[in-house]
Design a protein around this ligand. Structure first.
Ligand code: GDP
Ligand code: MG
Length: 371
């Protein structure tokens, strides 16, 4: 059943909480301001105080926020794969991300300096784009997944050829499996004299990863983040995997995506890095993300340049939010500010009530704590 705190009920009616408490007391109920009552009691109180009650179910407010009409086949176009690099600490995740970014930066392009926005796109040798999510660490991956956000199409598992399979390698494999995301193996540090890539392949068999050269299906690449060896093959492999997966999206609809990271910037206000996943996001759009909304003031790409729009699989910084959304929040375009307010105020209330119920309730369940 839906519930509301007495404070919140009073706020919504612009009444004093003490008056609500007094009315409840008349009905023989003793309550504090932070107590939660059910929606039927709340309605009675509201009517007694002369208010007209319009009960809005979650489904009503959230209804139609995202069109669930499937895209027409002819509206779908291939989109770049979105890739996350995972692996044991020190096996070269950061080095690999940097090396891939560098190999594909056109010489002279702003001295090769790219602004860090938590994700970037590069062109594979074929010219097709590949998107990398640059939030290394399994924590980001798992926390987003826990929130139901699916932002990765392919996991690149990095294993250092001189170290082999280690605990976080195994962890990464189970993350990818749990998420149902295909995995591509990058055996890194092959420049090292003590590199033993064959050992890596053999060790992975124990974790149900069978690479192509051993008769399996997992694409594998020997690479060196240090020398750049094998990187273009890896990119080609990612592109190939994307083709196999037939990754497509309709860019002719309102933009939708996920917040990858967000922060409050002193000069620019709330800044959210958003991965667009469907449709096209434009400057001027009114967007909602979690309990925050805003009119898109600027979109900034991974090269630090202002862009007028961003399509599927494109990561962009979004400026214009009124507050800082959370990583994992779903971003959707809404028709007008009134709708944005309705949705975010509702969500903010839900959030407050969850917190109130949690701190007030004696037997909070694990499920509640993890929401
Ligand atoms: P991460 O913890 O997985 O992000 O690993 P890093 O990218 O920070 O790399 C850990 C160490 O390995 C650093 O000292 C890197 O310079 C080194 N390293 C990474 N890739 C290579 C490589 O391909 N060859 C060699 N020789 N060293 C590497
Ligand atoms: Mg790192």
């Amino acid at each position: 059943p839906e519930t509301i705190t007495i404070q919140e009920l009073a706020n919504r009616m612009s009444e004093r909480a003490v008056d609500v408490i007094r009315l409840l007391m008349k009905q023989g109920q003793i309550h504090k301001i932070t107590d939660v009552i059910d929606s039927d009691s709340a309605q009675l109180i509201a009517e007694e105080l002369g208010h007209t009650v319009r009960r809005v179910a979650e489904s009503d407010v959230e209804e139609g926020l995202v069109s669930d009409e499937p895209d027409l086949e002819e509206d779908l176009d291939p989109r770049p794969p979105v890739v996350t690099i995972m692996g044991h600490v020190d096996h070269g995740k950061t080095s690999l991300l940097d090396a891939i970014r560098k190999t594909t930066v056109v010489s002279g392009e702003a001295g090769g300096i790219t602004q860090h926005i938590g994700a970037y796109q590069v062109a594979a040798p074929s010219g097709d784009m590949v998107t990398f999510i640059d939030t290394p660490g399994h924590a980001a991956f798992t926390s987003m997944r826990a929130r139901g956000a699916k932002v990765t199409d392919i996991v690149v598992l990095v294993v250092a050829a001189d170290d082999g399979v280690m605990p976080q390698t195994v962890e990464a494999i189970s993350h990818a499996k749990a998420a149902g995301v295909p995995l591509i193996l990058a055996i890194n540090k092959i420049d090292k004299p003590e590199a033993n890539p064959q050992r890596v392949r053999t060790e992975l068999l124990q974790h149900d990863i069978q690479v192509e050269s051993m008769g399996g299906e997992t694409l594998e690449f020997e690479v060196s983040a240090k020398t750049g060896d094998g990187l273009s093959d890896l990119l080609e492999g990612l592109q190939l995997q994307a083709e196999i997966m037939n990754l497509r999206a309709n860019e002719q609809r309102d933009g939708e995506g996920t917040v990858i990271e967000a922060k409050l910037d002193r000069g620019r206000g709330p800044v959210a890095t958003v991965l667009v996943q469907r449709g096209t996001l434009f400057t001027g759009d009114i967007v909602v993300a979690g309990a925050e909304w805003g009119r898109v003031r600027a979109l900034i790409d991974d090269k630090g340049e202002n862009v007028p729009y961003a399509g599927p699989s494109v990561p962009v910084e979004v400026l214009g939010f009124n507050g800082t959304p959370d990583a994992g929040d779903r971003v959707v375009v809404v028709p007008n500010e009134a709708r944005a307010r309705e949705v975010t105020e509702y969500r903010a209330r839900q959030k407050r009530e969850r917190i109130a119920a949690r701190t007030g309730g004696a037997n909070r369940s694990l499920v509640d704590m993890m929401r």
